[in-house]
Design a protein around this ligand. Structure first.
Ligand code: PMP
Ligand code: GLN
Length: 390
């Protein structure tokens, strides 16, 4: 029989680490701090709009670029938080989560043999989307523990085939927030080389140190940047899979050409709800950040007390630990995949091995990631269980 997964571009991708680790948590009864999803749903007033829409419509295909009200709300959100202006009719696209925006961008912007610069570690869908587009990933390592942008490595990754820079700030899984100086350096290269920047800003409202600076807001960058957001992250409705992008019309239209054959459109009754979410008052967005900051500190203290070497997180809802010390003291494997497979039995907790986010595996071999977007009692239970490692 012909091998089912025949497309060589998908070879080696297997099942995502998130699905694997969530299944492990389910099987072992471990506290799941692996896959990044909140265990509390988002604002009730937003959910109510969705519930009303399911019962009363709209439930049929929305317009290809998304419902006009949501597109307007996306444009207003970009203006309100970052002073960026976009035309809701020609420069905004609603997508099936940020995931589709990223995939659609890769399919639309890359020809075979084009190269996409990424910063590693990186979110797992990047590699797969680049591969499915037939393009080549050129990773630039952000080295733990501080993950500074190494300009020599960045410049070394560039070639005549470079086409796109795929940026993510705040950054999953490291929690790094790119500084203005770093973004300026990236912008300088993008302009000099005439590259498009696809900026995955899904954690834009989860910044604890400094501020989120969309690279589109730097001089000369609006015209070459696609900025991506996610209602899953911003409103804690990850299962809704509603995302958006803002970009100049030519880039927006390019992605829309791919998008129309991926999903065409999505989530009609959820779109008016996300529209209401984007118009919530500042207290909502500040509240989200403050709540997560308190959770970061809670888990950080607990992990440190359990003997982990906890790296600093500036944004997102993830914390990274170096496991070498704790592994040695507890006679556990000190490589991240094996450690994460052993952790449910050793301590009843699931984390994600950061190694899977690296192509240079060695760089992530001793790092694991915990998600802290969980109820305080869940975090406390995880901390209590992990204390056996202290
Ligand atoms: N980008 C990053 C960096 C993420 O962590 C996620 C999380 N799922 C996504 C994109 C995908 O977002 P969505 O669920 O909206 O597709
Ligand atoms: N973005 C989330 C994470 O990084 C989950 C993504 C997923 O399950 N595909 O954990």
């Amino acid at each position: 029989m012909v091998e089912a997964l025949r497309n060589p571009r998908l070879h080696g991708f297997g099942t995502t680490v998130f699905a694997q680790m969530s299944a492990l948590a389910q099987k072992t009864g471990a506290v799941n701090l692996g896959q990044g999803f909140p265990d509390t749903d988002g604002p009730r007033e937003v959910a109510e709009v969705a519930a009303h829409a399911v019962l009363n419509g709209p439930n049929q295909y929305p317009p290809l670029p998304g419902q006009p009200g949501l597109r307007l709300a996306v444009a207003e959100h970009q203006e309100r938080f970052y002073g960026l202006t976009y035309d809701p009719d020609s420069e905004v696209l609603i997508t099936a989560g940020a995931t589709e925006a990223i995939a659609g961008a890769m399919f639309a912007l890359c020809d075979h043999e084009d190269e996409v610069i990424t910063f590693e570690p990186s979110y797992d869908s990047y590699s797969a989307s680049i591969a499915m587009a037939g393009a080549t990933k050129k990773p630039v390592l952000l080295a733990a523990p501080d993950y500074p942008l190494d300009m020599d490595a960045f410049r070394a990754a560039l070639s005549d085939k470079s086409r796109v820079i795929l940026l993510n700030t705040p950054h999953n899984p490291t929690g790094k927030v790119f500084t203005r100086a770093e973004l300026e350096q990236i912008a300088e290269v993008a302009i000099e080389r005439d590259l498009v920047v696809v900026s995955d800003d899904v954690y834009q409202h989860m910044v604890f140190d400094g501020e989120h600076i969309p690279i589109a807001s730097l001089p000369g960058m609006r015209e070459r940047t696609i900025s991506i957001g996610s209602a899953g992250k911003t409103f804690s409705f990850t299962g809704w899979k509603v995302g958006w992008l803002t970009a100049p019309a030519d880039l927006r239209n390019a992605v829309m050409t791919a998008k129309q054959f991926l999903t065409f459109v999505n989530a009609a009754p959820l779109q008016p709800a996300v529209e209401v979410g984007l118009r919530l008052g500042d207290e909502y967005f500040h509240g989200l950040r403050d709540e997560l900051l308190a959770k970061r500190d809670r888990l950080q203290r607990g992990l440190a007390a359990a003997g982990f070497d906890v790296l600093h997180t500036q944004g997102t809802y993830f914390l990274t630990c170096d496991i070498r010390g704790v592994a040695e003291r507890n006679n556990l494997p000190n490589t991240s995949i094996e450690f994460c497979l052993a952790l449910p039995e050793a301590a009843g907790v699931v984390a994600v091995p950061s190694e899977v986010f690296y192509s240079t595996k060695e760089a992530g071999r001793h790092l694991i990631r915990f998600a802290f977007c969980k109820r305080d009692d869940v975090l406390d239970e995880a901390i209590r269980r992990l204390s056996v490692l202290a």
